[in-house]
Design a protein around this ligand. Structure first.
Ligand SMILES: [Zn+2]
Length: 590
């Protein structure tokens, strides 16, 4: 007790300490943290076996390595900046000002924070954020990159690969990569032709070349790999499927080819654990939308809930066949879906993410399926629901407020993830949606999944998966999802597609602002028709795979009017509902 009081005094004495240039003052950081909900996840792990517990320790250790790697992917100065911030924190006797900056770092997963007015700013002295993050040369613009790809189409596959970074062919870069190949012979062996390609390149600043993540991040990946193999050793007798997956994934990190890990992941029998591990999601690449970021989720499986849910998900082919488009595909009858409690998240996976479906690769998906990981202890967290409910209540009329429930959110999210399974997966020309639709691909895919979830709701009622209350809660959460507290930036696919849905629903009379109060009423009778119309348009755009058409569609529906959207946002913000969620994990001593 005395110690706590003494350190409290010390904090107070240092509260006004001036920080060096470039570091945000406490006055700058505090308003963001005041509107941050702090959540600590501490799932019950008593049912895990000793072997599983030992495996968790190794997976957490691997996650920590990946977390630093992720920060490096986002910003080239992250490691040095983090070290400097930690030292500053110590040298100011752990002042509140530097403590805040460490919280901002954790919240933002790096030195750049999203401010209250939805801009991106550095809060420690580092270079400003770039659209290409640290995936591309620092001075490469979209114009130069697109021009280069036009001139050198034969290099496009390599330069756009989701697990290659792009460098300029300077003498220093080429010789550093060749030296690193010498240091990592396994990487060399698993990338046939890469060394020869490097050796044949003339140094030329205007020339670009692709470097596999396996080589660019070889030292970090080696550490992570050893922990994965150690985790596999712990569980090899109890859950051989899980051990095999971990070994495959460790090898994938060397090859950059995730097929073996993906294949052994999706439908393996893993006992009490699961882990999503690797570089999959491309949201962070704001230059071209193709480079994947590293993330790790260490998860404890709720076996009973998972089995119950899996058997409740039936009739998927009928839903697929009913979707408003013509080129229906055959859907797997069994979709691996699990209910999990998060033990710890790292890198790209960290944050308020409620559910995941992986892998993304269209060919792996076709051959092996995908696994849906429902992150139960964040989806159903009471404090997070309270914050959502506050926002919803501020925007909608009293008629509809009670319709929102956390179960509705769970179901809407579950069927969003299943929505990724359904609908268009290749364009009419057989191209991947990602390469055809570029920076609109994520936006359209997420919008499709949101809409499939809502589209399926009446069918779920008909097959008695839902009762009337659950159907309405599913629907109410679909409206909640579209409410925005700030005008989205162009590079925010989720927020933009939500705003587009909002505008479509408004124009089509699914949501109707009250003439006096401006509060929104939901016309549930219009719901299915309106959702069907929008879903039809999105499926058509994905099937055609025409970038210009997609752009026109986005421009048509993505608008923000101060009178309407701005006022609604002000109303929501006036409730002081929290805007950020800082998630910590009991499994990490941070
Ligand atoms: Zn999604």
């Amino acid at each position: 007790m005395r110690l706590a009081i003494a350190s409290g005094l010390l904090f107070a004495a240092n509260a006004r300490a001036e920080l060096p240039d470039g570091y945000w003052s406490q006055e700058q950081s505090q308003p963001i943290l005041d509107t941050t909900l702090r959540v600590t996840l501490d799932p019950d792990l008593a049912y895990l076996t000793d072997a599983e517990r030992n495996a968790v320790a190794e997976l957490v250790a691997a996650g920590k390595v990946v977390n630093e790697l992720y920060e490096l992917q986002l910003h080239g100065q992250s490691a040095a900046a983090k070290q400097a911030l930690l030292e500053l924190h110590e040298s100011t006797n752990r002042s509140p000002a530097t403590g805040n900056l460490l919280d901002l770092w954790h919240l933002s997963r790096g030195p750049i924070v999203t401010t209250l007015d939805n801009t991106r700013q550095a809060f420690v002295p580092v270079a400003a954020e770039r659209p290409g993050r640290n995936f591309y040369p620092t001075d490469l613009t979209r114009e130069e990159f697109d021009g280069y790809l036009d001139q050198n189409p034969e290099e496009a596959d390599e330069l756009l690969d989701l697990r290659n970074i792009v460098r300029r062919a300077s003498k220093e870069n080429l010789s550093a990569d060749l030296m690193r190949l010498d240091d990592f012979p396994a990487v060399d062996a698993l990338h046939p032709g890469f060394r020869e390609g490097l050796e044949s390149l003339e140094a030329d600043q205007n020339r670009l070349y692709a470097v596999p993540y396996a080589l660019a991040y070889a030292p970090e990946l080696r550490k992570a790999r050893l922990h994965l193999i150690a985790a596999a050793d712990h569980v090899r007798h109890e859950t051989p499927d899980f051990a095999a997956y971990l070994r495959n994934r460790a090898r994938d990190l060397l090859s950059g080819d995730y097929e073996s890990g993906d294949a052994s992941w999706v439908s393996g029998e893993f006992g009490g654990l699961n882990v999503a591990f690797g570089s999959y999601e491309t949201y962070d690449d704001k230059l071209r939308g193709v480079k994947a970021s590293y993330g790790v989720s260490v998860l404890a499986r709720d076996d009973e809930a998972s089995r119950a849910l899996e058997s409740a998900i039936t009739g998927l082919q009928a839903i697929e066949d009913s979707l408003p488009y013509e080129h229906h595909k055959t859907v797997r009858t069994r979709i691996p879906v699990g209910v999990y409690n998060i033990i710890a998240d790292f890198g790209q996976s960290r944050g308020g993410n409620t559910a995941t479906i992986l892998p993304n690769d269209a060919d792996h998906t076709r051959k092996y399926g995908r696994t849906i990981l429902l992150r139960y202890n964040i989806m159903m967290h009471p404090d997070i629901f309270d914050s959502r409910k506050k926002r919803f209540d501020a925007a909608v009329d009293a008629c509809c407020r009670d319709h929102l429930t956390s179960e509705g959110g769970f179901n809407r999210t579950l069927w969003h993830e299943i929505g990724h399974y359904l609908g268009v997966s290749k364009t009419a020309d057989g191209d991947d949606l990602g390469s055809a639709l570029a920076d609109y691909a994520d936006l359209l895919e997420e919008m499709k999944s949101d809409l499939v979830s809502l589209y399926a709701a009446p069918a779920l009622r008909a097959m008695e998966y839902h009762d009337d209350v659950a159907l309405r809660a599913h629907y109410a959460d679909g409206i909640r999802r579209t409410l925005q507290i700030a005008q989205p930036r162009p590079e925010q696919p989720y927020q933009n597609m939500q705003l587009m849905q909002f505008n479509f629903y408004l124009e089509r009379g699914l949501i109707v602002p009250d003439a006096d109060s401006g509060l929104l009423r939901v016309d549930y009778d219009r719901y299915h028709e309106v959702v069907t119309e929008l879903l039809q348009q999105v499926l058509q755009l994905q099937y055609e795979g025409d970038y210009d058409l997609a752009q026109r569609f986005v421009e048509r529906w993505n608008y923000w009017e101060q009178e309407l959207h701005g006022k609604l946002a002000e109303r929501i913000l006036a409730t002081n509902a929290t805007r950020y969620t800082l998630v910590r994990f009991e499994a990490l001593t941070e």
